[in-house]
Design a protein around this ligand. Structure first.
Ligand code: ATP
Length: 921
């Protein structure tokens, strides 16, 4: 026995006690608990004693390490190199300004990185796990962090085991322990005592924290929590370190490195050209080359991209889409197909039984929501349920084969448990049944719980006169296949399938979700239920039609997605006709075409690819068929988002480009597999996430589109002067100043840009599109040239009109800074015009940054110490006027350029629409 397992076995006291090697009774005694768990008071005291059930997060890097981390970038190394060289040349001011740039960059990076990390931490907390625990003899849900040794925890398929447990009960429990043992085949669990020296993977009577329940049910007693659990010991695995990086950021980092190299080469060439062709001194040329390199290096870019991404993640969280893996933020922007569940995502998941069919005919049920008051209508008149024994029998089965409960909270009836079952409970109450009395008369002895894969639930009951009863409810096709009879007037008659199918089709067309209810009599001594017991010989009692209305906001969101060029596909476990009816209400599909799960299985891959593209409604689809569909869609070229909630949805969620799990009704297994978790399960939140994803990408592009031409413009001013052999319009020191005051401040404001008004009316981004498109390169060159021509031109004009070198340079520096301010407002929108009230005032950060920058420039121009340091001269109002007129030109020219591009684009789009009527997605 290893030391580790020895320690493990002693969560409560030292000594050679092995949880897996001890019987259930011994474990319970050792933990001072009982099969009915702990009392709240006891649990409270233990929580104080053992601490919260969470794994301590790895030590955060200290302040100094984080600060120094900001300097680890090639761009910054070059700047530091330049600072050292200027120090060697004893140009202390140059050195000071270069270091100023580096430090401002590091401080902003540090602050924003801290914010970004806190945002991700907060998101991790939202995703905190819950556990079903027995406290005070009642099964309640609590945050998993509050579990203590001795608690009794209930497990069901899809759950993540919340602590280390010794199993007390196991019903076909299978657990995926790959996270702990690396073994990918799920382990069958039991409660039998195991050899003391069994390895972790062989301790079948234990369930370890962090592992996933794949199938079945179980109960276990908590033996270790937090860092004492097996996973806590090999800590780190679970902490899911989210690094602030994505493929795009990595691509950008590589780009920055190449850019730095190019800049260094250009600076060196300029240096040589200046000395040998233009005859400048080596020192002057060196300072000019340093100024050029520092100006051209987009040192703020990496920080700004990280910040933009973090802000996007925070915004999505505010709109109920919790990002678990950062690259999803980028992928969202290029999603072309969203495959969504129906129940609870497109619909409200508030079920109400509206109709009921028995052999006696169809009954309509009245009432609102979960309010258990309502009446039954049969053949257009009100009827009393007591007069219809089969109806009462359906209601009794619906009540007993049911785990939901109902309560009145804040004047509203609320369901605890599955809404489908809640609706059946309400139906039984409307039929006049008393749940407590029924449960006492026919107590339950076993259950086969509902699982989407077999689409039914069965319970075993007995009365107190030696009779046994099996009740089954589930999808009608599934249940009818188990039935041989139907009930009429207390008698069992042969099943007349046609009779039921006609009614089912009618109810499904109303958009109702169908559930068949059946029963079977057994021996009273019978106490456990197997699949084989329910597979044949049942008697069909009736079929219930449940209405689950569409969510209004989801209808709106479907419409928005269509406008955004995203195709919505509904993949549901529900009946085909019901699915079509709901899809029609939602505006999904053509109202007639649908594909059933078994048809998917029968198709060859080529046909499936075609059908996956054209069909929008898929019914009775299993998780495996969902996976096939995602693969087919991806092979057909779609970027696919897929929703899921069950444990078996995990493969499809993993395979999808963006897997989206339901936060409320989703299992932990689905959440683990997904990139995004929806806090409210609502389809509208997916549409919002797509909108935010597109916005993040836009904002990243905007930051690039701002930083590159402004850095380029600054550098080109120096290059142009050297090439033309004129005196520099801006001294190297002044260019360092401009770079210091504008580099990060202005561009950072673009990270806060709200979505553009047309963000959801353009087609999805092509994922293969490079970050720097032809259009962006054009814009970068166009703006750089405006900046150079304007700055240089005005400088030469001033010189020509008798201004001193200092005044002309002060004008040139201010022109450059004002160019950047005006261009910032252009850059707020990529294609649409910024010449509007919103365009000018819409981003308060941009206004603040511009205001502060203007003040800084006034100080730079008029404050004697800075005049002395930077050779600036005070300017007259007329001179300021000329600066404003020239710098405003960038605003006007870029707006004109946008106008031209919009014209070209709309003509292009019209042409595309006419020759491409069959857009694949
Ligand atoms: P979606 O994938 O859109 O969420 P769904 O929720 O309708 O679809 P499932 O939950 O897999 O899909 O349900 C499939 C069918 O199983 C339902 O149409 C219903 O007939 C039946 N069913 C659903 N819930 C229960 C339940 N608690 N007990 C018995 N049968 C159920």
């Amino acid at each position: 026995m290893s030391l580790r397992s020895r320690q493990n076995s002693n969560a409560s006291s030292p000594g050679p006690f092995f949880w897996h090697h001890s019987g259930v009774d011994a474990v319970i005694r050792k933990l001072g608990s009982s099969e009915n768990g702990l009392a709240s008071m006891q649990a409270e005291a233990r929580l104080q004693q053992y601490g919260r059930n969470r794994i301590s997060s790895p030590e955060r890097r200290g302040f100094l390490a984080r600060f120094l981390g900001q300097f680890q970038d090639v761009l910054i190394y070059v700047l530091l190199g330049a600072a050292i060289m200027t120090a060697v040349l004893r140009h202390w001011i140059d050195m000071g300004v270069i270091l100023g740039v580096v430090i401002i960059n590091a401080v902003i990076g540090l602050i924003q990185e801290g914010k970004a990390e806190r945002a991700l931490d907060a998101i991790r907390r939202i995703l905190s796990q819950q556990a079903l625990v027995v406290r005070d003899s009642r099964l309640i849900q609590i945050p998993a962090e509050e579990l203590v040794p001795g608690d009794v925890v209930s497990l069901q398929s899809g759950d993540k085991v919340p602590a280390d447990l010794r199993l007390l009960h196991s019903k076909e429990l299978r657990i995926d322990e790959s996270i702990l043992t690396g073994e990918s085949v799920p382990v069958n669990k039991s409660i039998d005592v195991i050899e003391a020296d069994a390895s972790l993977g062989d301790r079948r009577n234990m369930a370890y924290s962090g592992t996933l329940v794949i199938y079945g049910q179980g109960r276990g007693m908590v033996v270790a929590t937090g860092d004492k659990t097996e996973i806590g010991r090999i800590s780190g695995i679970l902490s899911e370190v989210q690094t602030l990086t994505t493929p795009l950021l990595r691509q950008m980092a590589i780009f920055s490195r190449w850019l730095t190299l190019t800049i260094l080469i250009i600076a060196s060439l300029t240096f040589l050209f200046g000395i040998f062709v233009r005859g400048y001194t080596a020192t002057d040329m060196f300072l000019a080359a340093v100024g050029l390199a520092v100006a051209a290096i987009p040192e703020g870019l990496p920080a700004i991209m990280t910040i933009t991404l973090a802000i996007g993640v925070q915004r999505m969280a505010r709109r109920n889409a919790i990002i678990r893996r950062l690259p999803a933020v980028e992928t969202l922007g290029s999603v072309t197909v969203i495959c969504t569940d129906k129940t609870g995502t497109l619909t409200c998941n508030e079920m109400t039984a509206r109709s009921l069919v028995t052999s006696e005919g169809i009954f309509e049920v009245s009432g609102v929501g979960y309010d258990p008051h309502g009446a039954f209508m049969h053949e257009d008149r009100l009827v009393e349920p007591v007069d219809y024994p089969t109806l009462r029998e359906v209601a009794r089965a619906a009540l007993l084969c049911n785990d939901a409960s109902l309560s009145m909270q804040e004047n509203q009836w609320r369901v605890h448990g599955d809404p489908t079952e809640g609706a059946l409970l309400v139906l039984a109450l409307k039929a006049g049944l008393d749940p407590l009395r029924q449960q006492e008369e026919r107590p339950r002895s076993d259950v086969i719980p509902f699982e989407s894969i077999h689409r039914f639930m069965a319970t075993l009951h007995h009365d107190h006169a030696g009779h046994g009863f099996v009740y089954v409810k589930g999808a009608p096709e599934r249940v009818m296949a188990m039935c041989a009879f139907q009930r009429l007037g207390g008698e069992d008659m042969p099943l007349d399938e046609m009779y039921w199918r006609e009614f089912m089709e009618m109810m499904a067309w109303r958009g109702q979700r169908l559930l068949a209810i059946a029963c079977k009599n057994t021996e009273g001594s019978f106490r456990s239920l197997k699949f084989s017991d329910v597979e044949t010989g049942l008697t069909l009692l009736g079929i219930v039609g449940l209405m689950d209305p569409p969510r209004d906001e989801a209808i709106q969101a479907v419409h928005e997605c269509h406008k955004a060029g995203i195709r919505i596909k509904m993949i549901t476990g529900d009946h085909g006709t019901t699915a079509l009816a709901i899809a029609q209400m939602m505006g999904i599909g053509d109202g007639t075409t649908r594909l059933a799960g078994h048809e998917i299985d029968a198709m060859d891959p080529a046909l499936l690819r075609k059908q996956a593209r054209t069909v929008d409604v898929f019914s009775r689809a299993s998780p495996e068929q969902k996976l096939k569909l995602v693969i087919a869609l991806q092979e057909a070229g779609a970027v696919t988002a897929m929703t899921g909630d069950g444990v078996n949805d995990a493969p499809a969620l993993k395979r999808a480009d963006v897997g989206i799990a339901m936060g409320l009704k989703g299992t932990e297994a689905a959440k683990e597999a997904a990139e995004i978790v929806l806090a409210d399960d609502n389809f509208a939140s997916i549409a919002h996430a797509v909108e935010e994803g597109r916005t993040v990408y836009d904002n990243l592009k905007k930051a690039i589109l701002f930083i590159l031409p402004t850095s380029g413009g600054e550098a080109l001013v120096i290059i142009a002067a050297i090439l033309l052999g004129r005196i520099l319009p801006i001294t190297p020191l002044q260019i360092l100043w401009v770079n210091m005051v504008t580099a990060i401040t202005l561009a950072l404001t673009l990270a806060f840009e709200a979505p553009e008004s047309d963000v959801m009316s353009r087609p999805p981004r092509n994922p293969r599109e490079p970050l720097l498109t032809g259009f962006m390169l054009w814009r970068i060159i166009f703006v750089s040239l405006i900046l150079v021509v304007g700055t240089f031109g005005l400088f030469l004009w001033e010189r020509g009109h008798g201004a001193t070198a200092d005044t002309s340079r002060t004008i040139a520096v201010n022109t450059l800074v004002f160019f950047e301010i005006f261009y910032l407002f252009n850059a707020r929108y990529m294609h649409i015009t910024s010449f509007s009230w919103r365009g000018i005032t819409g981003n308060p950060y941009a206004l603040w940054a511009s205001g502060i920058l203007i003040v800084i420039q006034l100080v730079f121009t008029y404050w004697p110490p800075l005049q002395f340091l930077f050779d600036t001269a005070p300017l007259s109002v007329i001179e300021w006027g000329r600066i404003l007129v020239v710098s405003l030109s960038v605003y006007v020219l870029v707006e004109l350029e946008k106008l031209c591009f919009r014209g070209i684009q709309s003509r292009h789009r019209k042409m595309r629409v006419t020759d491409q009527t069959d857009h694949p997605f």
